[in-house]
Structure formats: structure tokens, C-alpha cells
Design a protein around this ligand. Structure first.
Ligand SMILES: [Zn+2]
Length: 269
């Protein structure tokens, strides 16, 4: 499942290769326009220059010259590619934005949990109202993290998955950030010290930054689209294997219905 690092990777690749003007929108599978009429997307995006690419949480954004933004939610299996030859679109392409200069931006989504919508730029704050801070932006600091986590006794690990507080930490990166900052995943959030919050902030930025880099590295080795996340993890799905720091076996517990992996020694309660 694509997480923030893959979405960030896609956006950076699109910035390198995917600009131009959209000639036409081809909707190859109906029902993937997020409740908007398909013709709205087709009409508003056609003949529009692409003025930028962006990302919000796990959505890829295509900014258009007419003051609208296309939002691509990746869902469980979505990818966005720049394709040079529209004769060989990826197999599960659901929506293709054909470019005037040739080629296309293809939204491929085998499992069809994603969607594509279009919004006037002034409506975007409303569209993203439920999303918390972006951990790879400069505005994300130890202080802003502290503010986002304030006032709750809920255990820290499930809280890190709450996208209303900080976006982009899926089950993998929440566990990794807690391991790096040596925080037990069941620690009541309001018991975290200023020092721990500072370490957690640094760890979140670190693990996500490395994950983006790993995604680039993995694709250079020829993998089509890797689950690069799993190349460099310290604890995720490593239960029973030695902790990379202290050699004690990594443990798995269930929190809020999800598996949590941690080192009982490095992350002592
Ligand atoms: Zn350890």
C-alpha cells in the first residue's frame, strides 16, 4: 500500500518528467471520480496547462492553469506515472490525462480504492480540513508536534496513525519512528517528556526522509515500483528477530486492532 514516501516519490518524479498541457481526459473505468460527475473532471482538466505538482498526505496533486487542482487519492494500490507512449498504458490504468506534446499521466489502480477529483484552489482548505500537519514541511517542528499531540492520554502509537494530527505515518513509519526515538508504543501521550517529543519529531522526519530516498534507490535497481519501505526497517514485521541496536528479539503486540512492533529493551515502558 503506498504510504507518504511513495506519494512523495511520485510527485518528485512527475516534477522531473510530467509537465505540459493536458489535451484530454480519458476515463477508462467509471466510478472513480469520487462522487463527482466524470464530465466535470473531463471538462475542467481538458486543454489546461499543468502549472505544478504537489502532495497532501497520500494524495498526488496536479495544479492547473485555470485555478483548479486535480487530487489523486492513491488508495490501496494507486500509482501515478508519466507515460511516454499512450499505446502502452500500464495495465490497470483507470484514468489517463493525455498530454498535448504526446504521452500521458496515467493513474493506475489495480484494486480501485483510489479516486480522482477536481477542486477550485480556493476550496482546497475545505477539502483537506481533516488532515493534520505535513511531516516533511518546514512548519513541522518539535513544538508543532507537541501541540498536535496535546491533551490526550491515548497511547502514542495509535495516535501517530491519526491523520488529523500528523499525516503520512502509516503502520510502518509510526513503529519505526518510535523505535528510533526509544519510546514505548503504549506510553500515554500526555506522559511524553519534552525531550521525548523532540526525539520523536526528529525520528519522524528522519524515517520518512530516508524512506523517500530508499524509494528512489530501489527504483534505480530496476524494480517496477517497490515496496521500498521494507528494505530498511528496524522493527516493522521483524518480530522474533534481533533488534538492530541491542539484539533483543523484537516483539509484536496489537494496539487498536493493528500490529505494533517494538524492542522491549530499547523501548522500555
Ligand atoms: Zn533494542
Amino acid at each position: 500500500m503506498p504510504e507518504l514516501p511513495e506519494a512523495e516519490y511520485m510527485v518528485r518524479r512527475l516534477r522531473e518528467t510530467g509537465g505540459g498541457t493536458i489535451a484530454k481526459v480519458e476515463i477508462l473505468r467509471p466510478g472513480m471520480t469520487g462522487g463527482q460527475p466524470a464530465r466535470t473532471l473531463a471538462k475542467l482538466a481538458a486543454r489546461q496547462p499543468i502549472v505544478g505538482f504537489g502532495r497532501r498526505a497520500k494524495s498526488v496533486l496536479i495544479e492547473l492553469g485555470n485555478g483548479h487542482t486535480i487530487r489523486i487519492r492513491l488508495g490501496m494500490s494507486g500509482h501515478v506515472y508519466h507515460v511516454r507512449d499512450t499505446g502502452i498504458l500500464p495495465r490497470f490504468t483507470r484514468i489517463a490525462f493525455l498530454l498535448e506534446q504526446g504521452g500521458a499521466l496515467a493513474f493506475e489502480d489495480a484494486r480501485t480504492f483510489g479516486d480522482v477529483t477536481i477542486h477550485a484552489n480556493e476550496r482546497l482548505p475545505e477539502v483537506f480540513a481533516d488532515l493534520g500537519q505535513e511531516p516533511l514541511e518546514a512548519a513541522f517542528t518539535a513544538a508543532s508536534l507537541t501541540e498536535a499531540l496535546r491533551g490526550t492520554r491515548a497511547p502514542i502509537k495509535p495516535l501517530l496513525l491519526d491523520q488529523r494530527r500528523v499525516v503520512g505515518l502509516g503502520n510502518i513509519w509510526a513503529a519505526e519512528a518510535l523505535w528510533q526515538s526509544r519510546i514505548h508504543p503504549a506510553t500515554p501521550t500526555r506522559d511524553l517528556t519534552a525531550k521525548q517529543l523532540k526525539a520523536l519529531h526528529r525520528a519522524i522526519v528522519d524515517v520518512l526522509t530516508k524512506a523517500v530516498e530508499n524509494t528512489f534507490k530501489a527504483t534505480q535497481t530496476g524494480a517496477d515500483f517497490p515496496e521500498a519501505d521494507l528494505l530498511a526497517v528496524a522493527v516493522y514485521q521483524r518480530d522474533g528477530q534481533p533488534c538492530r541496536r541491542c539484539k533483543r528479539p523484537v516483539e509484536r503486540v496489537i494496539q487498536a486492532g493493528r500490529s505494533t512492533f517494538f524492542c522491549p529493551k530499547c523501548q522500555a515502558a
